[in-house]
Design a protein around this ligand. Structure first.
Ligand code: ACO
Length: 447
């Protein structure tokens, strides 16, 4: 009869071991019993970049890359984008269930009444150089919030923890908008309690001297949808950082700063910016065939916004975003000249055997940059636009980690490849060290 176990024969010793299989995995620690002699530490797995290691059990986000499925707490992301607001989705991620009307009202009220930041934060942001990158300012200022809420370090106290989660969701748009305003040399705009989460963010970014800020509700909805689509994506690079920093019981402000720093990297939160730069470089429809030829020959780099490590059928977020892009361009009344280039690239790529055989489809970033561009949001702000909604996902994952009895401080093992013990060399006896050759990285992962 079939058993849920794995039998391993160690050919070094001839011994056989049986380890349990549960939820499609074996426990790495079950391998530790496999030793060659009593001094042997025991077998480990080598898995740089966690390519085949589940670091946690999670009930927040489900992805099936082959089928193009993305669900938050069981709900398909396109249904959430169609029917819910971003705050409703943030509530769902954090609490596991969609809120009732009363629960959503309370949550919205809590978030709305925590959007202001201490006035010293304003001075702090003011202190950055005139040309500081908004993402650098966001990382630093969210980390600085830790100093305003020293009680936040009591992460195992539910009430305290929940208060910081609300604060973070509420204050990230303020910090993000102020980082942008500082970079633009414009005065800061304070939050407005009358506006929704996304409308408030837009007014803090865009408002100049209008006594009443007005924006088309469909534009607000479009931003809300973008926020929903970026809210969580299971164990991606920045979420892994959030869990890892949080595993030392550091407070959530510094943990979010760490996660945002990971998101800042061009291999993670920067792909939509790369798409826009690529579209600008191609410039016109006439240049599309030559560009595709270059991509296929391998000399022209990649078709940015295409392909995904997990989604090998289609990226469910991309389909929602494409519809959204059409809507936003219609509302604004002018189409970006780059849209035609994007559409042509997509048309060719979806019918070309090079892309089809490699299962390369448009991903979430292919159209999101064009929408941000249409909303006159500069490319430097794109990772910031990602960090705002991802905060709710980071926090949901952080709390799940804290409450998970299986979790401890994150502390991977290594395979030591350095010297054996050496005797200390006095300065006068040393020769110049040979420079370490630069290692070539082939990493391209984004999420
Ligand atoms: N354009 C052209 N060729 C591509 C592309 C692309 N965008 N993506 C993959 N390929 C090719 C590779 O050259 C390779 O070809 P080969 O088998 O002939 O060598 C094959 O497809 C497989 O590529 P891998 O790099 O092994 O695929 P992987 O799953 O590791 O990469 C990734 C996924 C990093 C997203 C990749 O598709 C890529 O670089 N895309 C462009 C960047 C991008 O849009 N990133 C955003 C991802 S979504 C998000 O972050 C929210």
């Amino acid at each position: 009869m079939a058993k849920d176990t794995l039998t391993i024969t160690d050919n070094r010793t001839g011994k056989t071991y049986e380890v349990p299989i549960s939820e499609g995995t074996i426990r790495a620690l079950d391998l530790r019993q496999i030793t060659v002699d009593k001094d042997d530490f025991g077998l480990m797995t080598y898995d740089p970049a966690f390519m085949n290691t589940a670091s946690c059990r999670s009930s927040i986000t489900y992805i099936d890359g082959d089928k193009g499925i993305l669900r938050y707490r069981g709900y398909p992301v396109d249904q959430l984008a169609e029917n819910a607001s971003y705050l409703e989705v943030a509530y769902l991620l954090i609490n596991g269930e969609l809120p009732t009307e009363a629960e959503l009202d309370k949550f919205t009220d809590d978030v709305t009444h925590h959007t202001f930041v201490h006035e010293n934060v304003r001075t702090f942001i003011d202190g950055f150089r005139y040309d500081a990158h908004p993402m650098g300012m966001l990382c630093a200022s969210v980390s600085a919030l830790s100093t305003f809420y020293p009680e936040a370090k009591h992460v195992m106290d539910r009430d305290i923890r929940r208060a910081q989660m609300v604060r973070l969701i509420a204050k990230m748009p303020t910090l993000a908008a102020w980082s942008y305003r500082h970079a633009m040399g414009m005065p800061f705009v304070y939050p407005s309690n009358e506006l929704s989460y996304s409308a408030n963010f837009l007014q803090m970014v865009k408002r100049i001297a209008e006594p009443k800020f007005e924006v088309h509700p469909e534009i607000v909805k479009a931003l809300d949808v973008l926020f929903i689509l970026h809210a969580d994506h299971e164990q991606n690079c920045s979420t892994n950082v959030m869990r890892s920093v949080g595993s030392s019981r550091a407070d959530p402000y510094v943990a979010v700063a760490g996660a945002a720093a990971a998101l800042y990297g061009p291999l993670h939160g920067g792909a939509n910016e790369a798409v826009l730069r690529m579209l600008r470089e191609i410039g016109s429809l006439a240049n599309v065939p030559a560009f595709i030829k270059e991509v296929k020959s391998g000399v022209g780099g990649r078709l940015m916004g295409f392909g995904h490590r997990v989604y090998k059928n289609y990226d469910p977020r991309a389909q929602v975003i494409k519809r959204l892009a059409d809507k936003v361009f219609d509302l604004i009344g002018k189409k970006s000249p780059l849209l035609a280039v994007a559409l042509e690239l997509e048309k060719i790529a979806l019918s070309d055997d090079y892309f089809v055989s490699r299962k390369l489809y448009p991903n979430v970033d292919f159209y999101s940059g064009l929408i941000y561009e249409a909303l006159a949001i500069p490319v430097d702000m794109f990772p910031v636009m990602f960090a705002i909604p991802r905060t709710s996902g980071w926090l949901a994952q952080w709390e799940e980690m804290l409450l998970d009895k299986d979790q401890k401080i994150a502390r991977p093992r290594q395979i030591y490849t350095g010297y054996d013990e050496r005797k200390f060399v006095q300065m006068k006896d040393r020769t110049a060290a040979v420079a370490t050759p630069e290692l070539k990285s082939n990493a391209r992962e984004t999420d």
